[in-house]
Design a protein around this ligand. Structure first.
Ligand SMILES: NC(=O)c1ccc[n+]([C@@H]2O[C@H](COP(=O)([O-])OP(=O)(O)OC[C@H]3O[C@@H](n4cnc5c(N)ncnc54)[C@H](O)[C@@H]3O)[C@@H](O)[C@H]2O)c1
Length: 399
């Protein structure tokens, strides 16, 4: 339990800005946890405070991740307060997560090294800061890794989600929650394009099943506790500072090293296709979701009225085949790929994804503007700069 857990209740009624500035002086800095202490609280207070009138104060989970780091920076740039939380797990190279976090830190965004399953940490955070929103992006991502490490999906995507929602439900004020589901919930559906109203009861992977469960779990918290919930089904997000486990990233690495890449094809030798969505478009969709999220209605863990429950596809509406992706990369990398084309194994991948984004266009004003050619050009530029120079010397920025 953190040092502020027994502070007088009267503090809860203080205006937000006072709460942020007074609390550090009222707390003791004695904490045995890797988080806590006066300095830590001050950093959180300053990072969480908006720098514009009516700015948001957002807790971003998964802030050292690909999407989380971009969203954190975009929020900060427009004057919102941002506190990040990430457990820096080694699913992929943690040094990339550290480099993203260092970049956020250089913009005065504080990222806590902690796990969403740490109930004490979460309760402490919501005691310290009257967050208006939670942008929940922390998750065990990736489809194929579930075969190797299924419990990591349960830990982050099920147990971690419930732990976070429990803390949000008890927070005063109750923040609105915007969180990342996934296009993978469409599973084995073959009606295209995928619409939010389509059935999502045939997942092809444990990852998809945990995201689908997340949609149902968040619905329960909306129904019982009045939490405002927006679930975003992202379609294959790519771009600078991306995820090394994703095909466009690992292909780039292999092509540059002269190593073979494995390209899967579906039944009847049909090429796999993805609705690749550029990171800046996804960031705009996330920020628009935060801006339009209605308020949570509960207080003291009790629902006071109905709250919004929304789900949106955030995709690009124009699927591209994997061989086309490879040929674009070959052009920008000025190198030929050594292709090993094999039939897709039954490990959780689906043959294609294709988003219908009408709902997001109507309600969020979402409009993707970057095609794969343009987006990959930016990715390759970042990749070459990042891996040819030690991270600390890179004078690059997101976007
Ligand atoms: N990138 C995509 O194409 C894509 C597509 C669909 C959905 N999503 C979802 O979007 C979100 C962000 O994805 P991303 O591509 O940025 O992935 P990412 O792996 O780069 O980011 C997730 C971050 O969450 C952190 N994390 C994981 N478990 C945690 C825990 N228990 N406690 C604290 N931190 C934890 C990780 O360390 C990581 O930095 C995820 O929920 C993912 O499932 C991504």
């Amino acid at each position: 339990m953190g040092p502020l857990s027994h502070r007088p209740n009267c503090l809860l009624s203080l205006r937000p800005i006072l709460r942020l500035h007074l609390l550090p002086f009222l707390s003791s800095s004695s904490s045995t946890a890797s988080w806590g202490g006066l300095h830590w609280e001050r950093q959180i207070g300053s990072s969480a405070t908006p720098r514009r009138n009516s700015g948001l104060s957002v807790l971003v989970t998964g802030a050292a991740g690909f999407v989380g780091s971009h969203c954190s920076l975009a929020l900060h740039k427009r004057g919102d307060g941002v506190v990040g939380l990430d457990n820096f797990n080694p699913y992929y190279d943690p040094s990339l997560k550290k480099a993203r976090s260092a970049l956020l830190s250089s913009h005065s965004i504080f990222v806590i090294d902690g796990d969403i399953n740490d109930a004490n940490l979460l309760s402490k955070l919501f005691d310290l800061v009257p967050f208006s929103h939670v942008l929940h992006l922390a998750a065990q991502a990736g489809v194929r890794y579930a075969i190797e490490n299924p419990s990591s999906y349960v830990h982050s995507n099920i147990a971690g989600l419930v732990s976070l929602l429990e803390a949000v439900k008890s927070a005063d004020p109750q923040p609105a929650v915007v969180w990342a589901s996934s296009s993978s919930v469409y599973g084995l559906n073959d009606k295209v394009p995928f619409s939010e109203s389509d059935q999502t009861d045939s997942p092809a992977s444990l990852y998809a099943a945990t995201k689908k469960a997340g949609e149902e779990i968040t619905h329960t918290y909306n129904h019982i506790y009045g939490l405002s919930i927006t679930g975003l089904r992202f379609f294959t997000v790519y771009g600078p500072w991306g995820r090394p486990d994703m095909a466009y990233f690992s292909f780039t690495k292999a092509i540059l090293a002269g190593k073979p890449i494995t390209i899967y094809h579906g039944r009847d030798r049909v090429d796999l296709a993805r609705d690749f969505t550029y990171i800046d478009d996804i960031v705009r969709g996330c920020l628009a979701s935060l801006d339009t999220a209605g308020k949570s209605t509960g207080s003291g863990g009790k629902k006071r009225g109905p709250a919004p429950y929304r789900i949106f596809n955030l995709g690009n509406t124009s699927p591209v085949t994997v061989p086309t992706l490879v040929s674009i990369l070959e052009r920008y990398l000025k190198a030929k790929a050594k292709k090993n084309v094999v039939e897709m194994p039954g490990n959780g991948d689906v043959p294609f994804t294709h988003a219908n984004i009408t709902l997001a266009m109507e309600e969020l004003g979402y409009k993707p503007t970057t095609n794969l050619e343009t987006g990959l050009k930016k990715f390759v530029k970042w990749y070459l700069a990042y891996y040819r120079n030690p991270p600390r010397q890179i004078k690059t920025h997101f976007g």
